[in-house]
Write a protein that binds this ligand. Structure first.
Ligand code: ADP
Ligand code: MG
Length: 199
């Protein structure tokens, strides 16, 4: 079972991974964006970790709702409200249980990803974070490792796509041939689940 500590470790592991990969995320956001994705998420997840330490929410749902609120208030740019919505809505779907199963997390994460799709209007294939998140949702029912692989493959599969949502879509065909920064960071978020589980 996954308790509040697991969800705190998930956020801490994501923050560490975003720190490590910040330059790469910003470099990916350079040809098809405005070169701020790494710094946006670094600021956001640093604030998330600080808030979780200070407020110490004691259920899985409360951890994710607080993390999501913090992302929305600290990250300028499209990705803040989108990731904030993902975590808030996933947290809300977990309710006030003290512990949840991986299957319950998979179900709640689907609710969160659906909320991101509604907010941003992106479908799979539009070259956004949805291209990593949607396959991860399906694989999360199997294992954290399967979700990690699915998200990573989804991110890599954005390279040949033309962007239809977000800033990159302004480039039209010139967005082809570059990996989407948000799909890349989404794969980091999903990979951090396995780290939190000690895998
Ligand atoms: P901004 O584009 O405002 O500079 P970021 O650089 O932080 O914000 O994030 C860009 C990423 O956000 C993109 O790579 C893409 O994955 C994601 N994104 C942008 N718009 C949308 C959308 N409408 N739906 C889903 N994801 C989106
Ligand atoms: Mg950007």
């Amino acid at each position: 079972m996954l308790d509040a500590d697991f969800f705190r470790r998930w956020m801490t592991a994501t923050a560490a991974s975003v720190d490590r990969e910040a330059e790469r995320l910003t470099a990916l956001d350079s040809p098809i964006g405005d070169a701020d994705h790494g710094s946006n998420l670094q600021r956001g997840f640093t604030a998330v970790v600080a808030t979780l330490e200070k407020e110490a929410p004691d259920t899985p749902g409360a951890v994710l709702m607080l993390a999501g609120r913090q992302l929305i208030s600290t990250v300028g740019g499209a990705s803040g409200p989108l990731y904030g919505t993902l975590l808030r809505r996933t947290g809300k779907a977990l309710g006030d249980a003290a512990e949840v199963s991986r299957e319950q997390l998979a179900e709640a994460f689907r609710t969160g990803v659906d909320a991101v799709r509604t907010l941003g209007g992106a479908a799979p294939g539009d070259k956004t974070m949805i291209d990593a998140l949607a396959p991860a949702v399906d694989a999360l029912g199997d294992s954290f490792a399967a979700a990690r692989a699915a998200a990573g493959e989804g991110a890599e599969a954005t390279v040949p796509l033309q962007a239809r949502k977000g800033r990159a879509s302004y480039l039209g065909e010139r967005s082809i041939g570059h990996q989407d920064p948000g799909a890349t960071s989404a794969a980091l978020l999903v990979a951090a689940l396995g780290e939190a589980a000690g895998e």
